[in-house]
Design a binder for this molecule. Structure first.
Ligand SMILES: Cc1cc2nc3c(=O)[nH]c(=O)nc-3n(C[C@H](O)[C@H](O)[C@H](O)COP(=O)(O)OP(=O)(O)OC[C@H]3O[C@@H](n4cnc5c(N)ncnc54)[C@H](O)[C@@H]3O)c2cc1C
Length: 378
């Protein structure tokens, strides 16, 4: 089969590798607009549970990637200058560029051709392919050119976020809330290499307006954020990589394919970074699409229908959980009067998927301290 994959992100590279590893006769070309060694952002994070999917489906890839990851057992919430550790929430992180380079080397080692620096404008550029995979991210050109066929909805959320890095290596995945005269700021930060951390700053729309970010230069924006998070950054610089204020687009498609064209990864659906699983979902999509071809043999139409039938139910649940999660952040100003342990408890139970008994089992030390804080014994 001739397979054209648009987008050399985690979804596209991994799908290409899986297909080629299974059947070296496939001719697979990945078109990636960025040159090699260029991408946006810093590190991405996987929860412990998020890595289990990989171990279950592809032990070799699990063993290939995990030595390059930073790991830690807890999550920390900082509110009103109090650090609240939450046990039982292990995470692993890796630089996005590092992950892409590993995946690209793996795919190329199998014989996948990766065309870096090639920007695909439309389906017409790929007329010769038997299968066309749109793995071209949240702004997917393949999807945008065919929105009616896919039944696309894009819900642009009001909060603003900017994806920075820093040279400070944080101990754990941390959510830090800080307030000033303009409003509330939340940093999502975690180490992804021994001397680098992701430092993502999120604010609600009203705070963003009052702070005057719309008129601020990049240098002034960095200086402002460094002032807000001075106690957390300890004098370390904020680093940029194509960092600018964005609004999160919640993307969904009613139909996942037509003819020989299918969407995977962020092109298909986005899950908010606060549930930390966009990269995992992209890689899971790749596995699910690969398995659909493995089961259905060469029938493209049947394989694409199977992919959607298997993958859609869990995705509907994740999409709903992500919605509750980003709405929680959109309402964070109203939560700032809560005591630190109460805020942490609300955070952990925000999507409704973690019942108190489950939280108690998952994070016994946190749960005990939360109970003490509630009864005033802490
Ligand atoms: C601020 C922020 C923080 C995030 N944090 C996390 C996190 O901590 N953990 C996590 O798991 N996920 C995180 N994500 C989400 C994660 O980055 C995405 O979900 C994931 O990268 C999706 O993978 P993908 O392969 O579908 O798309 P992408 O990674 O977006 O890759 C798409 C690729 O397609 C290329 N491309 C696009 N259009 C074309 C074209 N026309 N022609 C050729 N190439 C094209 C792009 O250059 C890009 O390389 C975050 C996202 C953002 C925005």
């Amino acid at each position: 089969m001739k397979i054209a994959v648009v987008g050399g992100g985690p979804a596209g590279l991994y799908f290409a590798a899986l297909m080629k590893r299974d059947n070296p006769a496939h001719q697979i070309r990945v078109y990636e607009r960025n040159p090699r060694n260029v991408t946006w952002g810093f590190g991405v994070v996987f929860s412990d549970r998020a890595l289990e999917f990989l171990r279950a489906d592809d032990e070799a890839m699990f063993q290939y990637l995990t030595p390059h990851m930073e790991t830690w057992p807890d999550l920390t919430i900082v509110h009103q200058d109090v650090r609240v550790p939450i046990d039982g929430n292990g995470f692993a992180a890796i630089g996005r560029l590092h992950l892409l380079n590993l995946l690209q080397a793996f795919a190329e080692g199998l014989g996948v051709v990766v065309d870096n620096g090639t920007d695909i404008a439309s389906l017409a550029d790929l007329a010769e392919a038997d299968l066309i995979v749109g793995a071209d991210g949240a702004n997917s050109v393949l999807r945008r050119g065919n929105e009616a066929r896919f039944g696309t909805t894009i819900d642009v959320r009001p909060n603003k976020f900017i994806w920075y890095g820093t040279s400070k290596a944080f101990d754990t995945l941390t959510l830090t809330f800080r307030t000033n005269e303009h409003g509330v700021f939340c940093a999502h930060h975690y180490r992804y290499s021994p001397d680098r951390s992701t430092f993502l700053v999120e604010v609600d729309a009203a705070t963003w307006e009052r702070a005057g970010f719309a008129e601020m230069s990049e240098a002034d924006t960095i200086a402002y954020c460094r002032r807000v998070f001075a106690a957390d950054l300890d004098g370390h610089p904020i680093l940029t990589n194509n960092s600018y204020w964005r609004n999160f687009p919640a993307i969904w498609n009613e139909r996942w394919s037509f003819d020989n064209v299918v969407l995977i990864g962020d092109a298909l659906r986005t899950a908010h970074f606060s549930i930390g699983s966009g990269t995992r979902l992209a890689m899971e999509d790749a596995i699910a699409l690969f398995k659909a071809f493995k089961t259905e043999g060469g029938s493209i139409a049947v394989a694409l229908a199977r992919f959607e039938a298997i993958r859609r139910p869990p995705m509907e649940k994740i999409y709903a959980a992500a919605r509750v999660s980003f709405e929680w952040y959109e309402g964070m100003a109203a939560l700032m009067s809560l005591a630190p342990y109460e805020l942490a408890y609300r955070y952990m139970t925000r999507t409704g998927r973690v019942e108190p008994q489950v939280l108690q089992r998952m994070a016994p030390r946190f749960f005990a301290r939360y109970q003490e804080a509630k009864t005033g014994t802490r």
